[in-house]
Design a protein around this ligand. Structure first.
Ligand code: MOS
Length: 746
């Protein structure tokens, strides 16, 4: 990748520098290629036809009409779809989801792919798909949470359990001086990445080349290999840039696999781009929830009990559940806590991980309920949270590896001016007569670590390279991981060739769970150390080196030189060491490391505090978020500019959650009525006038060698609740259904 001038670091280390994105220039000039920008020789275009019913079967497709349209090459449907080596309902890893790949005529949700039209042009394929004019045998769609008997779902992903508890909630409630029971509802939300799921697929015998966005290259490679019975090594996935993923581009989604099947059927390369409305179904979503919280407090406002019950939606054919109660495991101290989940099978596409899965919806409800409890106690919401501050993780009883939440509260409150809040609802107005409300919420997200591998190279010319199949969804991996690479090699960033975004590089695991910088960064750090150790071996065993006899541990790498730890004036350049040893290059591969004993002993989370100001028109109910201040502590900050940008993005998503996002389902047809960015609202610039993120210092010696916790998702948590609480403070009206819209304030 070409480098840009802003990447130059002359002194000190790269980690911690506020570099601008190294890929920024490529993106703003249009030079960065996304999946759909690829046009191999002989390319055909595929367009999906999707179901207009939510349950039943397809009884007829007018294949002849579509095939007769000029330019149409084939209509892929259950009768002629290439046979798969493995049924797509088979799960080969905990993150695999059942896919709809034209195996039969059954329809499990609205917008399910029912055919793919392949043509010489995208226009011909689009018209061909229209000409199919499907007919159906439809059954009544189940789309509401009270349609069916709930079940207790199995653990999701890497082990999010459906229930956890400590103590005796009933006893705690009985003993309480005050109690509340409140139910909150959150709607279905859909991943609306700017870049839809697109793929360009080309077969060459049993080799497959794919240009497609991926948050988990090796996992997608494994899934596709299983479906087509080919060696994963024969699949090359190129994913240098993603236009957002939000969880929906981990694993391979159905439309991507359909593109591969279409290329197989046609015997030519095929491009398939999911249309915006087709994103509402086959690629996952955040499930709707109904969360019931019961809390009790003693005479001083201490929680005697906290119960968080979640009822959520799953599909008829898979088991994912939205783990909303997870936040109640960790955030507030109480001797009696219970968090449970149940799900109902609905005729919807399988819900999936979506940006702070669980924490986003869970903290929206928990932070609102905590505000209600504080109100019931007549306490300031911040004072109430400090009174119930968890010094250890409440259910597990583990100490925190680090927790600078008190500092987040203090710095956020100070910056926001929380101290001058009039506690009475409806007591504050601005000069224009609008009602002003101030609310707050606590932010939290686990500091996860996954598995990754990286390869480090040092060359005789003194330059280094770091290779890792990492993923940049827009969060800045191209920059942040390269900064870690430079420091790990003891080189300026300019002296390092950094490669990522392709499946032929070492497996970087998943860009998810806000763990990518920690995980991939840790692999990079270890690979750098390993190659420097090789270099040190060469030097310290060479009588001609000023480092001779210093021992491997007695040297440090800096600015392209190895130096004696005990006398930094003595050392030599990497190039001299390699040159004298006659080595063109040295290479080391290493895996990410996290200490299992530390993971066992400590609870690891990032924390934050979000303060929101809203203005509400007393006559019209119109709501504006006029100010957001977030203060977050997430361990070591690799690049403060990018981290601030992640917090902004997260907090804006919080605005979205509180006020905008809502997929509306028609109860009769089971179809989503607002499957477009015109009607599925997300915030625009005018919705977010002022936003600040404070980076609170936090040193964590336990999470991983670099002390990185992750910053991608935490900004959403806390923010939605803070806004809901600010709306209550402005109006005296408590809305318990998200998104909060103006009609509810009238
Ligand atoms: Mo995510 S939902 O961790 O991409």
């Amino acid at each position: 990748m070409p480098e840009t001038a802003v990447t130059r670091i002359r002194h000190g280390s790269s980690i911690g520098q506020p570099l601008t994105r190294r890929d920024g220039l490529l993106k703003v000039t249009g030079a960065a290629t996304y999946a759909a920008d690829n046009h191999p020789e002989g390319l055909l275009h595929a367009v999906m036809a999707v179901s207009a019913i939510a349950r039943g079967r397809v009884t007829h497709l007018d294949v002849a009409a579509a095939e007769a349209h000029p330019g149409v090459v084939a209509v892929m449907r259950p009768e002629n779809a290439p046979k798969l080596a493995q049924h797509p309902d088979k799960k080969d890893n905990p993150f695999a989801f059942r896919l709809d790949l034209l195996q039969d005529a059954n329809v499990r949700y609205a917008n399910q792919p029912i055919a793919v039209v392949i043509a010489e042009t995208v226009e011909a394929a689009t018209e061909g798909a229209r000409l199919l004019a499907p007919r159906y045998e439809a059954e009544a769609a189940r789309t509401a949470l009270d349609t069916d008997t709930p079940f207790v779902p199995p653990a999701v992903g890497a082990g999010e359990e459906p229930s956890a508890s400590t103590g005796d909630v009933e006893a705690g409630l009985t003993a309480a001086a005050r109690r509340i029971e409140v139910a909150y509802e959150t709607p279905s939300q859909y991943h609306n990445a700017m870049e839809p799921h697109a793929i360009v697929a080309a077969w060459d015998g049993d080799r497959l080349t794919l240009d497609t966005p991926s948050q988990a290259l090796a996992m997608a490679q494994g899934r596709i290999a299983g479906l087509f019975d080919i060696d994963p090594k024969n699949i090359l996935i190129r994913s240098p840039f993603l236009g957002g993923g939000f969880g929906s581009k981990a694993g391979a989604a159905g439309p991507q696999v359909l593109g591969i099947m279409a290329a197989k059927l046609a015997g030519r390369p095929v491009k398939l781009v999911t249309r915006r409305e087709q994103m509402f179904g086959p690629v996952g979503h955040r499930a709707q929830t109904r969360q019931t919280l019961r809390m009790g407090t003693d005479g001083e406002g201490r929680l005697t009990a906290l119960e968080h019950r979640t009822l959520t939606a799953s599909s008829t054919y898979d088991d994912f559940f939205e783990p909303s109660g997870g936040v109640s495991h960790t955030l507030y101290a109480s001797p009696n806590i219970s968090a449970t989940h149940e799900a109902v099978r609905l005729d919807i596409g399988t819900p999936m991980f979506m940006r702070a899965p669980g924490e986003a919806s869970g903290s929206a409800a928990l932070e609102s309920a905590v505000d209600e409890m504080a109100e019931a106690c007549g306490m300031d919401p911040l004072a109430f949270r400090l009174k119930n501050y968890a010094e250890i993780e409440p259910i597990s009883g583990k100490p925190f590896s680090s927790k600078a939440l008190r500092e987040c509260y203090a710095q956020g409150a100070e910056r926001f001016g929380w101290g001058s809040r009039n506690p009475a609802p409806r007591s504050m107005r601005d000069e224009a007569g609008l009602l002003v409300g101030w609310g707050m919420g606590t932010a939290t997200f686990p500091a996860l670590m996954m598995q990754a591998e990286a390869r480090a190279i040092l060359r005789a010319d003194g330059r280094g390279a770091m290779l890792i199949g990492a993923h940049d969804m827009g969060q800045g991996a191209w920059t942040a991981l390269a900064q870690i690479a430079a420091d790990s090699l003891g080189l300026d960033l300019d002296a390092v060739t950094f490669e990522m975004g392709s499946s032929d590089l070492p497996n970087a695991g998943i860009a998810g769970g806000s763990a990518h910088t920690a995980t991939a960064g840790s692999a990079i750090h270890e690979a750098g150390r390993a190659v420097i150790a090789q270099l040190a071996d060469l030097a310290t065993n060479d009588e001609a080196s000023p480092l001779f006899g210093a021992g491997n541990a007695g040297v440090i790498a800096r600015d392209g030189s190895l130096l004696r730890r005990d006398d930094e004036s003595r050392g030599e350049r990497f190039s001299e060491i390699l040159g004298r040893a006659g080595r063109a290059e040295i290479v080391a591969t290493a895996k990410s490391a996290s200490d299992p004993a530390a993971r066992d002993h400590y609870a690891m989370h990032a924390h934050g505090a979000v303060f929101a100001e809203v203005k509400v028109d007393p006559e019209l109910g119109q709501i504006l978020v006029s100010r957001l201040v977030g203060a977050f502590a997430a361990g070591r900050i690799v690049n403060p500019r990018l981290v601030r940008s992640q917090y902004y993005g997260g907090m804006i998503w919080g605005v979205s959650f509180a006020l905008h996002e809502h997929a509306v389902t028609d109860a009769r047809s089971g179809r989503i009525m607002n499957a477009s960015l015109a009607e599925y609202h997300v915030p625009v610039n005018a919705d977010v006038p002022s936003i600040e993120a404070i980076l609170v210092e936090e040193d964590d010696p336990h999470v991983n060698a670099l002390g990185i916790k992750g910053v991608g998702e935490i900004g959403i948590t806390g923010t939605a609740g803070a806004i809901a609480n600010a709306i209550f403070h402005a109006t005296g009206i408590r809305v318990r259904e998200f998104p909060i819209t103006l009609d509810r304030l009238l």
